[in-house]
Structure formats: structure tokens, C-alpha cells
Write a protein that binds this ligand. Structure first.
Ligand SMILES: Nc1ncnc2c1ncn2[C@@H]1O[C@H](COP(=O)(O)OP(=O)(O)OP(=O)(O)O)[C@@H](O)[C@H]1O
Ligand SMILES: [Mg+2]
Length: 539
């Protein structure tokens, strides 16, 4: 060791220099995966497994039935069991899918799915390894394979370790995982598992979700519809969404013979004519050479040229929304509101070429809003690709958009009324504020679009509520007047001599004519019906 005043050489300093695996990195930075705070960590585990189940079922065209069971096994220590009726995982893919970070996903495809990074499931395996040292027990039935095994992660090498592999009798298809985790806490709060599943049920009306809480209480969110969501299509990337590095990545693995044909084959909306336009701008690039010989300089010039060419907008088929009717059904089922209004906007493009769609639903009354010490207040239910976002609300584009609306204008008091504002952002690529994927990055185009959609829904809701209030007023007027008709007719007979039955009939006809709309609408004027949709009325 060098003494205090001696110069230290580079060799000595670099003696400690070594490569770290990605697992090693996340072990030290598990908060980046959502493992910070005891309640949040447990919700993160459930979120990762449930989103995977939903993705898998959707891809396999199966109506999902997902069960989550949480048992307390010690102080701040729980076992989490999640099972689904999805396609399962084949034996050959098990280790990569569940226990090796960034090595097992289909996220490289340009398709809208909840899972995007290939970190979720292996992150859970890593979290159990670092908090309890226990493996994840997996049972998978694919229809071909039926087996159980334990998987764990070798953190230093970012390698999966599969043990106790055993074939089991065939049975109900699907995947079941059981893990034991510590430094976590089950809590029935805004950030807890129950709230998470309730919100998941709202955005996935085709799913049946069941939760068995640590005290044995069973909560079921039944399926609101048997209709599967529209399947998103796999699309080729749009040239406007590409950076220099992205283009080089695609070029390196291309089988095309020339850069020009590579551009046509690989990207959407690129025709030979368009390539000619690009050539005109990126004049000194040789479009005849093999794509794998593309240099950084070439790629930079091509991506710059892409920005100057007029493109057809991206293919919107890649987007899968929940759908207005489906959101209505789910809101009716779960929030049972007095009034609601749902809007699906037309697709838009942000970040140069990435398509997105915003859906907004506002529920008023019933179980909408949030119970708190002072009574009830409005809440924002944030979603990205149908996945509820429970944390980091502060830095999220959705919160920003909803909170900057002047709710008073729509006769809604978010501080004191039972209102839930549901916002779902669907996009092939959601720009999150962090790796934990709990906040949508603030982007001006996106915030504006969410504001417009929410204001549109609020306007409809307001119209609906004021129509209803007006109906109530008319109804009570009608009832009050009718109450006096007989007495008045009798009194008039004394004054005019006209038979009271005649006067009564004439008066009744007159009143009924005036309040015709109420009588026609209700049969007899009656109490208000619950959960009516503003959209139905506006159709
Ligand atoms: N329940 C399941 N049924 C079938 N396949 C699954 C299931 N869970 C995980 N998989 C497979 O394992 C892969 C890895 O899952 P993981 O959660 O790590 O990544 P991801 O879902 O692709 O992305 P993200 O990191 O955003 O969650 C998935 O892409 C999927 O192919
Ligand atoms: Mg996942």
C-alpha cells in the first residue's frame, strides 16, 4: 500500500476495477425496479406477476382468470402466490424468462404490451433472493409440457439456476409462481395490493381477478365482459421514431443486400420513392452498400434526412385501447356511479413518430372517489397500457394534466365530491419517468391531449348531471301541482259553477301536456335510475 504522500499509480487504482453484471447493478439499485418502501415492494411483486399473466393470456387469446394469494410467514415477510390460466412457459424458456435480467422478453418487438423491458419477473426472483435467499417455485403447464421447478438467480453472473425440475401430471393450462419475500408489508391503502387489483379490474374488464388476503378474506373482481380486447398488431418501426443508434442496431442484423432495400424492408411507410427522397438529402451516403457496413456518420445523416421527409403517419393498428363500452361496463361493475362519461380520443403521435391514444372515463357518485378522514374527495386513476400506476403521482403527465383543469367550470368539486377520473394512455412505447414505470414522463403534446380528453368527458358529464338535476326539478314541480288539482277544481266549482270533474280533467290535461317529457321518459315520474352513461344520452 502506498504511504500517505506517495503517488498512487493507475495500475494500483484499477486493480479493483471489474465488470458488474446487470443483476449486480439492480441488487444495489433495487429501488429502480420499484422495490422501495415495504408496501410498494409488495405491490410491485404482484404487479409484475399479474401484468405478465395478462400479457400472456392476451397473446394466447384466453380470457384471463388470475388468482393472487398473500400469506404472512414472519415479521414483514410474506409468501406471494400468483396463478393464471394462460399459455404457460415451455421448459426450454423457463430459466431465461424468469431468472435472468434483460435476457428473456419479446420487448424488442414493436407491439403494445404491458411488459416492455424483460426485467419484471426476473426482478421478483432477484428480490426474493436478496431478501430471503429463497428460490421462486414455478408450476407450468403448456398443454405439451407440465412441470414444476425452482428458479433462482446467480447475481454475479446474471445467470438463472433451475433446480428440482420435475414432470407433473397434465392439468389446467397456465403458470403459477410462489415466492417468499421479506422487508415488505401488506396494507389496505391507496398503494396496496387490493387497490392495485381493483384498478387492474377497471382497466381489464375481460379479466377475472381474485385476491386472498393474509387474514383469509377473499375478494373477487368478476369479469365484466367476455369480449377479448382488440389484439394489437406487430408493426414495423416508423422512421420518425428512430435515433442514430437505433438505425445502426437494425442495420447490423439486417439480411438485406443494400441500405436502400434495408430501409424499405425494415421500417413502416418507407417506399422506394421515399428512399429516393432520403437519398436526395443524405447525398454522400452510399445506399448501395451492405447495411452491416453502415457507419455512425451514415446513420446520423439518414436519421436527419428522415426528419425532413413527409411521412404517412404511423400505423395505428398497433394500438390496443380498452374501449369506451368496456370502460363503462367496468366502471358500472366496480364503482357503481350515479353518472359517468367515457371518451376515447383519436390516435395522435408524439416524440416524432410514436402513436398513442388517450381514453378518459369520469365516474361520479356511488363508490367513485376516495374516502378519507374528512369524508370523500376526487381521485385520479392513472393507467399506461391498461396497467394501473399507483406510485410517483407527482411527476406524472396524467396527474399534471388532470390537476391543471379548472374543475369548477364543470360544476365538479374535486376536493369534496365522489369523482374518479380514469385516464389510460395506450402506446407502443410509453415514455416513463423512471425504470419503476410508475409515472408517465411529462411531455407537452401528451399533457395537452390528456387535458383535452378529460375536459371533453367533464363537459359531457356536466351536461348529463345538469339534465338530471333539471329533470328532478321538473318532476317535483309536476308532483306538487298534481297534488292541488282536485282541491282547486272543487273550489272553482263553487265560484264558477262548472263541474269539478270537468275542470279537473282540463287542468290535468294541461299539466300533462306541459310535463310530457317526464311522463314519457319515466312512465310515471319516479326516483332516478343509477349509473347512466352520458354517452348513451348523447348518442
Ligand atoms: N404468466 C406468464 N405466462 C407466460 N409467459 C410468461 C409469464 N410470465 C412471464 N412470461 C414470459 O417471460 C418473459 C419475461 O417476463 P418479464 O416480466 O421479465 O419481462 P416482460 O414482461 O417482457 O417486460 P417487463 O420487464 O416490462 O415486465 C415475458 O416476456 C414472457 O414471455
Ligand atoms: Mg413483465
Amino acid at each position: 500500500m502506498a504511504s500517505q504522500n506517495e503517488t498512487v499509480t493507475a495500475d494500483e487504482i484499477f486493480k479493483e476495477f471489474k465488470e458488474h453484471s446487470i443483476s449486480e447493478f439492480f441488487r444495489k439499485n433495487s429501488q429502480m425496479l420499484g422495490y422501495s418502501g415495504k408496501v410498494r415492494s409488495l405491490t410491485t411483486v404482484v404487479h409484475e406477476y399479474v401484468t405478465n399473466s395478462l400479457d400472456a393470456c392476451e397473446e394466447a387469446n384466453i380470457l384471463p382468470s388470475i388468482s393472487v394469494e398473500i400469506k404472512e410467514t414472519g415479521e414483514e415477510r410474506y409468501s406471494v402466490f400468483v396463478s393464471d390460466n394462460g399459455p404457460g412457459i415451455p421448459k426450454t424458456h423457463m430459466s431465461k424468462a424468469l431468472a435472468s435480467i434483460l435476457t428473456g422478453t419479446k420487448f424488442h418487438r414493436s407491439i403494445q404490451q404491458r411488459g416492455q423491458q424483460g426485467i419484471g419477473a426476473s426482478g421478483c426472483t432477484l428480490f426474493s433472493e436478496i431478501t430471503t435467499g429463497k428460490p421462486i417455485h414455478v408450476v407450468s403447464r403448456t398443454g405439451k409440457d407440465a412441470f414444476e421447478c425452482d428458479v433462482t438467480i446467480d447475481i454475479k453472473g446474471n445467470k438463472s439456476i433451475v433446480t428440482n425440475m420435475t414432470n407433473i401430471p397434465p392439468g389446467q393450462r397456465g403458470l403459477a409462481v410462489r415466492g417468499e419475500f421479506a422487508e415488505i408489508k401488506y396494507e389496505n391503502s391507496d398503494h396496496g395490493v387490493l387497490e392495485y387489483l381493483k384498478r387492474t379490474a377497471l382497466s381489464n374488464p375481460h379479466a377475472e381477478l381474485k385476491l386472498i388476503e393474509p387474514d383469509g378474506n377473499v375478494v373477487v373482481f368478476p369479469r365484466s365482459t367476455d369480449m377479448m380486447p382488440k389484439k394489437p398488431k406487430l408493426i414495423k418501426p416508423h422512421p420518425l421514431g428512430l435515433g442514430t443508434n437505433d438505425l445502426l442496431d437494425y442495420a447490423r442484423v439486417s439480411q438485406s443486400r443494400k441500405i436502400s432495400s434495408f430501409l424499405v424492408d425494415t421500417f413502416s411507410r418507407v417506399t422506394h420513392d421515399k428512399v429516393n427522397e432520403v437519398k436526395e438529402i443524405a447525398k454522400d451516403v452510399d445506399f448501395g452498400k451492405e447495411p452491416r457496413h453502415m457507419t455512425w456518420d451514415d446513420a446520423e445523416k439518414i436519421t436527419k434526412a428522415f426528419k425532413q421527409v413527409k411521412w404517412m403517419s404511423p400505423d395505428m393498428d398497433a394500438l390496443s385501447t380498452i374501449g369506451e363500452k368496456q370502460i363503462e361496463l367496468a366502471m358500472k361493475n366496480i364503482l357503481n356511479p350515479e353518472f359517468m362519461s367515457v371518451i376515447e380520443r383519436k390516435p395522435k403521435v408524439y416524440h416524432g413518430g410514436v402513436p398513442f391514444v388517450v381514453e378518459v372515463g369520469i365516474a361520479y357518485g356511488g363508490n367513485a372517489g376516495k374516502q378519507n378522514a374528512g369524508g370523500v374527495s376526487g381521485n385520479i386513476l392513472r393507467y399506461a397500457n391498461k396497467v394501473p400506476l399507483l406510485f410517483d403521482a407527482g411527476g406524472c403527465a396524467i396527474t399534471e394534466a388532470v390537476n391543471t383543469i379548472e374543475w369548477k367550470r364543470y360544476a365538479i368539486n374535486m376536493e369534496e365530491e365522489p369523482v374518479s377520473v380514469f385516464v389510460n394512455l395506450s402506446s407502443v412505447y410509453v415514455f416513463y419517468g423512471g425504470v419503476g414505470k410508475q409515472a408517465v414522463a411529462q411531455d407537452d403534446e401528451l399533457i395537452e391531449e390528456i387535458r383535452l380528453a378529460t375536459m371533453d368527458a367533464a363537459r359531457r358529464l356536466e351536461r348529463h348531471i345538469s339534465n338530471k338535476k333539471n329533470m328532478h326539478l321538473q318532476e317535483s314541480r309536476y308532483k306538487t301541482i298534481m297534488r292541488y288539482v282536485s282541491q282547486l277544481s272543487a273550489d272553482l266549482e263553487e265560484i264558477t259553477g262548472k263541474k269539478h270533474t270537468e275542470t279537473e280533467k282540463e287542468l290535468k290535461d294541461l299539466i300533462e301536456k306541459k310535463y310530457k317529457s317526464i311522463i314519457a321518459d319515466e312512465g310515471e315520474p319516479s326516483e332516478e335510475k343509477p349509473a347512466e352513461s352520458a354517452d348513451a344520452e348523447n348518442e
